[in-house]
Design a protein around this ligand. Sequence first.
Ligand code: MGP
Length: 449
Amino acid sequence: MTPPAKRDNPREKNPPQYQPDMSVLVHRVDLYDSGRTDAGHNHFSSSQNQAMPLQSFIRPYSFEPPQSNYHPPPSAVTISRVQSHSHAAATQNSQWSQFPVVDRSVPNPYTNPKIKKYWVQRHRLFSRFDQGIQLDEQGWYSVTPEQIADHVASRLAELAASGNIVVLDAFCGCGGNSIAFAKQPNISVIAVDTDRTKLRKAAHNASLYNIPPSKLVFIECNALFILEHCFRNGEFVLDQPIATPEAAMAMMAAMPPPVAMESCQGYNVGGIDMLPRRIDAVFLDPPWGGVDYKIFGKTGYDLARNMRIQRPVQAKTNNDNDNNNNDNGNGDNGLDGFFDSFQSTPRNKQERKAQFNSDVDETNCVNGSELIALAAAATGTRWVIYDVPRNTNRVSLGQSALAAGYRGNVKMEEHYLNGRLKTVTAYLGSDWSSLMENTSVSSTDTAQA
Ligand code: MGP
């Protein structure tokens, strides 16, 4: 359907009278780990004075593989953001009631005082923290709180219905999400990270949750290589003939060096030779550029402009990895940009924006929008679950989804922990319009890109 010929203001607050190319269905989920629930509290009492039912407003989901490699969506697309009602609160899990959610009873043992914010929330990150959870510096600020990770994993399990599936966790880190996925009876996990020390910590952490080693394999590799070269439509293709000499050259140039295989707490940790023949879904929880992501304002983080994922720079040996990751969580090794940023004198907003991701080689990276396209092409189901900054611009998500081949609608789930927005996860590859059943449009932002 064609948008109206002329609009003075490309952003409008009322429901447009035509179907947008893509609807980003924003869906609030309340989770609690504080021993208190607000079940029944509805934060979005949408006004019912709009007659237009959402079902006729949202296009149904479909997927059209892009003709060639990633290219930005056509300029005429319209993206609409639709806010759904809040669903009833998830029931509180008793394991969290054992601890105060913010626990100041044990002094922060880390030398960098800035880790304090995360240290006091340690039982929120891992309910079994006291059994010996291991985190490195990046892990402290980027691991998904367990309650949220479990919820996201349960969403994927629901998508798979009764089938057994394999999910590729492309940025495993210290394992929070991989563990949550592997807890689900029907999900096995391929956990990928460039950093073997992180993978060892993740394996250790998985053992504390008694995850069977048959459900979780750790691969040391840059996830971009796996998405670009190892899987197409869900099938392992690295051993298949390559269409053109140019593509073969590109693949050879990117091929990671062989890495050693080891057993860590009973889990296999090794290289791409351990990849399975098939994957069903991709989970993306990439680095967003550090804690300064909030510098772009409440809805200003643009996936294409602001996220940068580095391709492999050069082959690293295991020794390099070990030497470069003196990651005792103290923030005192001088190598981590996150802690460096705390230590430097405060910079003004403009400087901080200019500095954001400045350490990434622009000629050898993909952006957060291209990442969706790579993950979508690697899966057969097109199931891509993507943890994005909570200030991610909804239009940038919709445009990225369109460019990757998605049509109709995507879901953006806002996770509120004890009433406060903590994380946001996008779900792509299914039809979410039923979320809006019995809901009239109360507020939409429509933007012509
Ligand atoms: P936060 O915004 O740093 O903390 O991270 P908080 O306490 O909500 O912020 P405050 O300053 O507003 O009080 C919130 C959550 O976002 C973390 O628990 C992580 O799950 C996730 N997260 C934060 N960062 C900086 C990253 C990141 O770079 N990458 C990923 N994947 N997740 C992150």
